[in-house]
Structures are given as structure tokens and as C-alpha cells.
Design a protein around this ligand. Structure first.
Ligand code: PGA
Length: 260
């Protein structure tokens, strides 16, 4: 059974006080919602305070990036053991903004995956095609390579807590979400890539999320798809009511067991 994961990526938003208030308000709104995992990924500056604000709740903490070295002269960078120290369980790697703005390559993402796992962090590895790649019918080729190279030289047992987030770049922050059925097909393809590399059983256990303009009014459509195990949410994770509604996504009657 793959427990749905709803993750909020706050990006470069929220001061410390706002972050703490958000975490407390979120818990009040979602504390009766069971059978799903909820994760917030604040900016580095809010991690410590949010960690304290979610003490005693089931909300999990994640970071948005990490450096692949454990310590050293890397001005401005954050090491994996520092994220563990501050209370993170997850870390996002290979987000399209890191790939595009900071030039992270698939090889860089692979180094970050190794570093996260070495420190016991659960990596959420983002993959996704650009609009040009989609229009050139290259989605599978691009996403397949991102998965293959991103997970190079890692074993199934090292990757047991891996999460993949399929985020078409053209859908991020644009309000143009992918069609749920189409996203499901690409995610099922990613599962096949994992299956041929690590075996069928492994591929059936790994959670693959959809991200890109997920909102309260479209989340149910994604979560009722057979291979979509959760969502990575940017903009709509910054308003507590909207993120809480996404956390409380609803299955249709016929789909109660869709992820079991
Ligand atoms: P969005 O961002 O929900 O604002 O499209 C998603 C993401 O970047 O993870």
C-alpha cells in the first residue's frame, strides 16, 4: 500500500512568524484527516521554528534543497547532516527551478540523491519536461533519463524511501495543470522505468506524486488516478485553507482502494 503524500513547497516565501502560525493553523484544520502523510517544506530560515511548531503533530518537515558534501568550504550551502540536525525527514532534489535557474544537471541531482540517502533523508526527486520537449514528443525520453541518471549507482534498498515528483515544467506556477489521465500515463511510465531497473515489487512500493498548478478544485481529479500517490504543491500551499483542502482530497466511492 502506498500512503498518499501531500507536500507543500513554500519556495522563497514566509517569514519565521508566518511559518509558525501557518503550521499551527494547518494542524487545527487537518488533525482529524487520517490515511495520508502531510509534509511542509519551508525555506531554510524557518525550518527550526516550524520543527518546534509541529512537535506532537503528524505533520512532517522537509527542506527544498541540499548540497552534496557533508561539510566544508561551501559558502551559502546547506549540508545534509544540518537538515537532519534541524529535524528534516525529507528533502526536495532536482526541482525544475534548481535545474533551470542554478543549472543543476541530472548528474548533480544524482549526487544530491546519494548525499540525502547517506544522511538518512528521504529524497523527493523532481522530474518533468519543458513545453518545447512536450511539443517535440520527448516527454518520456526526458523524464526517463532524469530518473535513470538521477538514481545512478543507488540500490533498491538504499532507495526504499524514495519519492518521485512528476512536475511538467510548463505546469509549474502557470495555472495550467496537466490533464490527470495524461499525468497518470506519464507516472505509470516512470513506474515502468523503476520496474525495469529495480524490479516490479520495488516499482509498486515507490510513491510518485504529481505537481504543477495543483489547487483545491483539481486535486481530487489527480488523487483518483491509479498511479498518482500524492501531490507536490507550490502556490496553493501558501494559504492554509487552500492547502488544508488539498490535504483533505476526496476519493470517489469506486476509488476508495485506488492506492491499496
Ligand atoms: P505550483 O508549484 O503548485 O505553484 O505550480 C509546484 C512546484 O513547483 O512544486
Amino acid at each position: 500500500m502506498r500512503i498518499p503524500l501531500i507536500a507543500g513547497n513554500w519556495k522563497m516565501h514566509m517569514m519565521v512568524r508566518e511559518s509558525v502560525n501557518f503550521a499551527k493553523d494547518l494542524w487545527e484544520l487537518i488533525k482529524d484527516t487520517k490515511d495520508r502523510e502531510v509534509l511542509v517544506c519551508p525555506p531554510f530560515t524557518s525550518l527550526y521554528a516550524v520543527r518546534q511548531a509541529i512537535e506532537g503533530t503528524t505533520i512532517k518537515l522537509g527542506a527544498q534543497n541540499l548540497n552534496w558534501e557533508d561539510a566544508g568550504a561551501f559558502t551559502g550551502a546547506i549540508a545534509p547532516p544540518m537538515l537532519v540536525d534541524v529535524g528534516c525527514e525529507y528533502v526536495i532534489i532536482g526541482h525544475s527551478e534548481r535545474r533551470k535557474i542554478w543549472g543543476n544537471s541530472n548528474e548533480d541531482v544524482n549526487k544530491k540523491a546519494h548525499a540525502a540517502i547517506r544522511s538518512g533523508l528521504k529524497p523527493i526527486m523532481c522530474v518533468g519536461e519543458t513545453l518545447e520537449e512536450k511539443e517535440a514528443d520527448l516527454t518520456r525520453q526526458v523524464v526517463g533519463t532524469q530518473v535513470e541518471v538521477g538514481l545512478k549507482d543507488l540500490t533498491a534498498s538504499e532507495l526504499k524511501d524514495l519519492v518521485i515528483a512528476y512536475e511538467p515544467v510548463w505546469a509549474i506556477g502557470t495555472g495550467k495543470n496537466d490533464d490527470p489521465a495524461q499525468a497518470n500515463k506519464t507516472i505509470s511510465f516512470i513506474r515502468d522505468v523503476l520496474g525495469s531497473r529495480f524490479g516490479h515489487n520495488f516499482s509498486q512500493k515507490i510513491r510518485i506524486l504529481y505537481g504543477g498548478s495543483v489547487k483545491p478544485d483539481n486535486v481530487d481529479g489527480f488523487m483518483n488516478m491509479s498511479d498518482i500517490d500524492g501531490t507536490l504543491v507550490g502556490g496553493a500551499s501558501l494559504k492554509v485553507e487552500s492547502f488544508a483542502r488539498i490535504v483533505k482530497f476526496k476519493y470517489e466511492e469506486a476509488n476508495q482502494d485506488v492506492h491499496r
